[in-house]
Every structure is written in C-alpha cells, then in structure tokens.
Write a protein that binds this ligand. Structure first.
Ligand SMILES: O=C(CO)[C@H](O)[C@H](O)COP(=O)(O)O
Length: 207
C-alpha cells in the first residue's frame, strides 16, 4: 500500500519544509486544496522541482471545467489531480482526456457522495485512475464520525481506492486490511512535533 502525505497548509515554504522531512517515508506528496488556493499552481511546480522522484498530487477538487483545470495542473508538474465525484460525468471525462494527453492520472474524490461504492464504479468506468474514499475535515469533526464507514465503502466498491479522513498510526493497518491501494494522512503527520518521525511511523505500520 502506498502512503500519501496531504500537506494542508497555506504557504509553499511550509509545504517544502514538510515535504523535505516526510519524503523519504512517503510515496505521494499532496498539495492540499487550501495551499493551491492560497499560493496557486506555482506551489505544485515548487514541490515537483524539489521532489521529481515523487508522485505529486494536486488536490484541485475540480467541480467544472475538468479538462482545463486538469491541463493547467499537469503543465505545472502534477502527476495526479482530483475531480469531485459529485461533478458531472462530462467534467470527469474531460479531466481524464487531459490526463491521457499528458500521461498522468485523475483521482475522483468521493467526499459528500452518498453512495460511494456505486459512484466509484461509474467514475472508474469513465477512466479515473482510482477513487478517494474521503471524509473531509468538517465531516471528521461531526459527532459519530468513523473511518470504518469509508473502509467498508472501499471494500464494497471493487475498484482501486485510497482512504482519507483522519488516517493515523492506530488506524492505518485497518486501511491496509480494507484493500486500499493508498492511505492518505494529513494532520497525523503535519501536526506532529517531528514530521519525519510521524511519517516514518506510519510507513512502519504498513507494508
Ligand atoms: O483533503 C483533505 C481535506 O479536504 C485532507 O487533505 C484529507 O482529509 C487528509 O487529511 P487528514 O488526514 O488530516 O484528514
């Protein structure tokens, strides 16, 4: 299982610092949506230039203009971009078309989708590389939130998936057992006193 580090910060400087610390232990470096909104796609270029050997994931959360938004992110250095599963099929297909042109990939984020397994199968049929079983930061803060629901949805979907929603050292083994291809961890790494050690601990918890 691959490990993805979601860098939810507002500055490229902070992202580059975190990326340098975590890179030896992770496979995918994600630029969180707030970072891209704050700094623009120049942040994607900066991270890719610093880590050309890593998969760089631009969490665009595109809802419209799929081809255009994917295109500009790929040109900036992204290897994977996200489109929302709640977007129309033509938006997802447009992003997939841009990915094929550039030899890159599209991840469909199922945040806010009620029937995640069904939508997962639809978007993979449209050409998504994998789907993200995702509970966002707001949903995680709601009473009764449980990662288990995401893991069940992933296992039920029967297509390649990642899991994001407060993944941490105590839960990452369950993510792997669910059959996920990628575990996404943000705050459990960047909120740690020692970012490198937190990333290494997550890596050590999975194979
Ligand atoms: O995309 C996101 C929020 O929309 C986060 O990057 C994702 O949820 C991972 O972060 P965390 O591990 O802190 O939940």
């Amino acid at each position: 299982m691959k490990l993805q580090f979601a860098m939810d910060t507002l500055t490229t400087t902070q992202a580059l610092e975190w990326a340098a610390a975590a890179a030896p232990h992770v496979d995918i470096l994600e630029l969180g949506t707030p970072l891209i909104k704050s700094e623009g796609l120049a942040a994607v270029t900066a991270v890719k230039d610093a880590h050309p050997d890593k998969t760089v994931f631009a969490d665009l959360k595109t809802m419209d203009a799929g081809a255009l938004e994917a295109e500009i992110a790929f040109k900036a250095g992204a290897d994977l971009v996200t489109v929302l599963g709640t977007a129309g099929d033509s938006t997802i297909a447009g992003a997939v078309q841009a990915a094929e042109t550039h030899g890159k990939g599209v991840v469909v984020d199922l945040i806010g989708v009620a029937d995640k397994p069904a939508r997962a199968r639809e978007v993979v049929a449209l050409g998504a590389t994998f789907v993200e079983m995702h509970a966002g930061l707001d949903e995680q803060a709601e009473e009764g939130y449980s990662l288990e629901t995401l893991l069940r949805a992933g296992a039920e979907a029967g297509v390649p998936f990642s899991v994001a929603g407060g993944v941490k050292e105590s839960s990452i083994a369950a993510v792997q057992e669910s059959g996920a291809q990628v575990a996404v961890a943000g705050s459990s790494i960047y909120s740690a006193d020692d970012v490198a050690a937190a990333a290494a601990a997550l890596r050590a918890a999975v194979v």
